[in-house]
Design a protein around this ligand. Structure first.
Ligand SMILES: Nc1ncnc2c1ncn2[C@@H]1O[C@H](COP(=O)(O)OP(=O)(O)OP(=O)(O)O)[C@@H](O)[C@H]1O
Ligand SMILES: [Mg+2]
Length: 405
């Protein structure tokens, strides 16, 4: 059901008719008490639309409150003159869309997109332990094996560590899901620094357990970060990293998949043996690009390499990081170089390096930040449905070596 909050009766009637024609079951409220009563009667409300007669401050306050209490409820604000200040406030509060009430199509599209997100958030069967039955942190095993999500890019500095850490926080959802973040940049791993963790044990300690690693052994190597999120950190000394081979990484990740709902893997900026071993067991590939021609060219090479290795295209989430940076490339330019349109965009923000320096990912410090929201959107839109079947031709590393050599 859709709740419309609009104090002016004529406007309320007009908007209710528009939404009704588009298939919304609309109930209207003219004051805060009416809105509260409607919500109390149906706490699962997926969409609340604030009409142009409502004070934007009320919408902002309402959204900020709902964001944590009922994250599946979408808030859409209809405002003809939303300036940059209001848009920023709206985003921070978690208002999903702001649309011009004079443009019926924009209104319906905004409501449709919000409902799509709510549906994603309300699909308990699609994400193990995600939105439905919530096993307590450290509780029983998930009902089905978790998913391995690997973040990769073939050029350094694209934002792999930024995206992997924030995505892991978003997927863990404050402890609703069990997530393991694995730093496979075994020589120059940055996850410990990005999360301000002290690596007392980590991946290097798995070397002596190779071929006989079990759940207890793996747990002993983890560094907890926050409820629902554990990390497996890279060695402190780059030389220790040299001893971590592909077979060990495969063993670790296959075991981790049985213990966690999601295993998020951060990788080095090249196809190292550990990274290739991770790709072999990966369910979702988050392939990063950035809006400059050199990086885009490298991303295309990464996509071609995934083709060569037989990893299916429908498991890839091509993600343009620092999207919207004023660097003179149009979306068409990006698509022309990549040969595919990006599936996801993460905006550029000075808050990202600030958050890295503070050691607290934006997704943890400010979930309503546009960068946090973009990354949470990847989780909801692209990581909730199970991946398609794996390609029958996976693991053609010989071809890759020939192509490289
Ligand atoms: N969306 C963004 N907006 C602004 N700065 C960003 C964004 N994403 C990443 N950065 C910055 O880019 C730099 C590189 O990011 P990060 O360390 O995550 O990249 P990486 O791909 O892991 O690098 P490496 O290849 O060295 O491991 C960092 O300073 C980070 O703050
Ligand atoms: Mg990194």
């Amino acid at each position: 059901m859709t709740v419309l909050y609009e104090p002016r009766p004529a406007t309320a009637a007009e908007l209710a008719a528009l939404l009704g024609q588009a298939g919304h079951a609309v109930r209207t409220a003219a004051d805060p008490a009416g809105l509260a009563a409607l919500l109390a009667a149906d706490p699962g409300e997926p969409l609340v639309v604030f009409g142009p007669g409502a004070a934007p401050a009320d919408a902002v306050a309402f959204a900020a409150e709902q964001r944590l209490r009922r994250p599946a409820t979408g808030v859409v604000l209809l405002s003809a003159e939303a300036g940059a200040g209001l848009l920023r406030e709206a985003m921070r509060a978690g208002i999903r869309e702001v649309a011009d009430p004079g443009d019926p199509r924009a209104v319906l599209e905004a409501c449709g997109r919000s409902l799509e997100v709510s549906r994603g958030l309300a699909l308990p069967q699609e994400i193990p332990g995600m939105y439905g039955e919530q096993p307590p942190y450290g509780g029983q095993r998930p009902r089905s094996p978790g998913r391995i999500v690997t973040v990769l890019a073939t050029k350094g500095g694209c934002g792999k560590t930024t995206v992997a850490t924030n995505l892991a926080v978003a997927l863990a959802a404050g402890g609703q899901r069990r997530v393991l973040l694995v730093d496979l940049d075994v020589e120059f791993g940055d996850v410990a620094i990005a999360l301000q963790l002290t690596p007392e044990r980590g991946l290097a300690d798995a070397i002596t357990m190779a071929d006989r690693l079990d759940e207890t052994g793996l747990r002993s190597l983890l560094t907890p970060y926050r409820p629902g999120l554990d990390t497996l950190l890279a060695p402190v000394r780059p030389t220790d990293g040299e001893q971590i081979g592909g077979p060990l990484v495969g063993e670790v990740l296959r075991l981790a998949r049985d213990m966690f709902d999601y295993v998020v893997v951060d990788t080095p900026p090249h196809f190292s043996d550990p990274a290739l071993a991770a790709l072999d067991v990966t369910d979702h590939f988050v392939v990063l690009a950035a809006p400059d021609v050199l990086t885009l060219k490298n991303t295309r090479i990464a996509l071609e390499t995934l083709d060569l290795l037989g990893h299916p295209a429908d498991r890839r989430i091509v993600t343009l990081n620092r999207s919207g940076s004023p660097v003179g490339l149009t979306p068409q330019d990006v698509e022309r170089v990549l040969r595919v349109p990006p599936h996801a965009h993460i905006p550029s923000s000075a808050d990202v390096p600030l958050s890295l320096n503070r050691g607290v990912p934006l997704a943890a410090a400010d979930p309503a930040h546009p960068v946090s929201r973009a990354i949470a959107d990847i989780a909801v839109r692209h990581l909730s449905a199970p991946p398609g079947p794996p390609s029958r031709e996976r693991g053609r590393r010989g071809l890759l070596r020939r192509a490289r050599g």
